[in-house]
Ligand binder design. Sequence first.
Ligand code: ADP
Length: 471
Amino acid sequence: MNENQHKKGGRLIKKIDFNSFKFKVWITLMSFAVIIIGLLWISQVIFLEYYLNSYKLNEFRSCRDELISSSESQYNTLEGKFGFTIDVLKEDDDKYVVEYSSNGLNFGSKDQIVSDKSIISESLKNTNEDKDSLIKNNKTSRYYYCAKLNNGRLLFLSQSTEIIDSTVKILRTQMVIASITILVLITCLSVIVSAIFTKDISKLSDSAKKLAKSDYSVVFEEKGNTEIAEIASALNYATKEMAVTTNLRRELIANVSHDLRTPLTIIKGHAEMIKDITGDNKAKREQQLDVIIKETDRLTILVRDMLELSRLEANPELDKKALSLSDIVTDVFDSLSIYNEKDGYNITADIDDDLLVFADRTRLQLATYNLISNAINYTGEDKRVEIKLKRTGDKARFEVKDTGDGIPDENIKKIWERYYRAKEHKRSVAGNGLGLSIVKTILELHQAEFGVDSVLGEGSVFWYEINLIDK
Ligand code: ADP
């Protein structure tokens, strides 16, 4: 049983979900229908009578105009033409005498005195020399049009209202039937429309529920309405991205835990050995303590790199200032050139002076450091590393060249991914696979171009180019 249903007296009662798509479609169409019906009612029922009366008044007036310019002998023709009865009354001491009458039915026949003056007095209330009047008498079911003629006589034109009354009645009944039919049709239409739309939405929602349970094999059907197909395509994209991210996260956790566990195991093993066996053997103890120190350094670098990467991702804001890239590269070269004396390296640098760039000093220094220390780690037996910083047009180009194994084409893209490490290298290098992904993130944040040109067996040149500040 879903949330919108509950049992009452043993029967399943479906509660109306006012927030549902179905209800909203129904209420929208219904409101629309009610407005249209309302407008129809106002025009048909309220204004119809008003409209018919003014239409009649115009007819009476044209009849009157023709009558004024006609002789009494032509009245008959006018009656036939307009379908009105014509009465002309003469006032005589408060009495009204019939001077002309079509059929004598309204006021009596010619020369008779009008006995019932109610229609005359009602008409006269609104009539004067310039103004005519039209009344509708419900008792006799007739229109009476009254106008004063030039010779002081009263002209009455009259017609039965029955046809008009019954037309209005029929129209009103039809309106009621039409309104009910429209409302029923709208309800059916809203059910059909919402069923058409919710069918695709329900499918999306079912797939989304699977996705929520981490089922990344789910596929959102990209068919139906354009908007729904677009949502489905966006969800398919999101699903793919989520699958990739989840995989990366799993790999990341596996890598991190492996990278942390290995040095910790080595440190623990060596510490235990010193404690239990080699504590008094100075030479062995020193050797094992060296291993412990090396592994601790490795751990420190790993933790530092992990922190740097997560900091860069969490807050990719840079503290950019105008600074000398020449100074940065020189500083890194100075700090790493101790390898020249210590380990017999041949690290050389050719650095142009005063190359000013707009950059984050710490970050750009770290990227440069990582590239140079990689070159030191991976260079060939001759231990040669060449550093260059040159102006090329409006850019500064940094290069670091080694004489190592080079990188196979198929790995060129992968080396920038985090935790990627090539399996074989001539010398064992204690890396963690984070160095180049830090370089990549930093250089991208500086909108710098970067890359590697590598020849297998000859070595690699890692480079980046960054805009100079115009002086
Ligand atoms: P690592 O800590 O393994 O050096 P990096 O992210 O700095 O991690 O580098 C990723 C991989 O790229 C390295 O494992 C190595 O295989 C390759 N690589 C990086 N620099 C060089 C280089 N100068 N010469 C050859 N291979 C390199």
